[in-house]
Design a protein around this ligand. Sequence first.
Ligand SMILES: Cc1ncc(COP(=O)(O)O)c(C=O)c1O
Length: 463
Amino acid sequence: MAQDSAADTRQQQLNLIKQADLTHHLHPFTDDNALKQHGPLVVTAAKGTRLFVETGIQLLDMVAGLGCVNIGYGREDMAERAAQVVGELSFYHTFQGATNPYTAVLAKKLSEMTPGHLNKSFFTNSGSEANETIVKLARAYWRLKGKPEKIQVVAREYAYHGSTLMTASLNGLPAMHQAYGLPLDGVHHIPSTAWYRNGGDQSPEDFALTCARALEAKVERIGADRIGLLFVEPVQVGAGVVFSSPAYWAELQRIAKAHDILIAVDETVTGFGRMGEWVYHPKLGIEADFVCLAKGMSSGYQPVGAAMVADHVAEVLAEGGVTQHGFTTSGHPVVAGLCLKNIEILAQEYLLDTVRESLGPRFQDRLQSLADHPLVGEVRGEGLAAGIELVADKATRRQYPLDQGVCGQISNAALMQGVVVRPVGNALVLCPPLVVNDAEIEHTVSVLESALDEVHGRLTGGD
Ligand SMILES: Cc1ncc(COP(=O)(O)O)c(C=O)c1O
């Protein structure tokens, strides 16, 4: 009896939460009609790789929140650090030269973790703000260099760089443009190296070079005197974990350098161990003028981002007087304290080495076993990021129309079996916490196998 009434109370509380949310919460990236129909998913707790939702259902989160919870959820040492810094210095700003022990040390730490020419960080609250900051700093740089007209920016199709007006413009995602009358003037796109979808009859190598040379064509059309910045992600994780070959990166950089175009590398998802490195782009031979960090920087324990600036850019910016840019909580001491603890955990628990040398290869190897499934075109990945590209016809690489929602059906079928994976377009993305174990990987593979079978059965009328 007592147990029944406790369960009733929990259910009533849950209903109240859902009602409050439905009535008052405007959600990001959410279809309002679907939300009204199905109600919100209430997540009440999380530990390690596990989410606890509604009244105690457990889910295995193979997406690490949104690719950010690198050290896993709910660590006591992070909670202790948060409490410690809140007790010491709950807030002070970093405007007009103010700093604090945590933010100063974090800035130094980031410079040690990245290539030698990246030594200054501008702190933000998100990846979007960091990328927005980069665009502004590049504009300031070119003005100081006497070339104020070099304010146009090139990004790639399928790119995701954020949700502000400028960063949404940089995104190569038409749906994010249509709703808001974007892109802003002066933002241009070149093809992504998503060969499986768009490569046609070209070999992957030829297609990649065609994509790189699209930058040259863009420069010819718009003028090198007007393009000042190129934005790239080392891996387009949000597009289904799309890679580009070293030859592509070499060619793209050759063109950018030849036309005096700065390169911004967005490491929001790829940083802090996901690819087995602090930052991934040096491994690809990319030399960055700016680097965007976010997500894994605090493992999602606090909102954070950083725009890192190369020395040669920082030297020019230093001539410009007051930086007319900043956020109230830029370099927040509690956030910086948590980032430092997060970095310490990643290092002390050898999580980068583990991802690079053993866990990552095992994860990729196990996922490859899905490549033979009739619905799977290709399984791509490195470290703890993987994309499973779906296909309707393997011979022609024809895909299901997006409005058929095949990918969403598979991820829903996996969710029904307690595993969270992310559907993006025609690809399932997996990017689990770096503390995921072999049993969880094995379980995920078998759940995905069964989810793929279930949806394939439906599509072929066998179910
Ligand atoms: C590559 C990349 N850049 C930027 C962002 C934007 O970061 P935020 O959501 O913290 O603004 C994201 C977010 O998913 C991302 O994946």
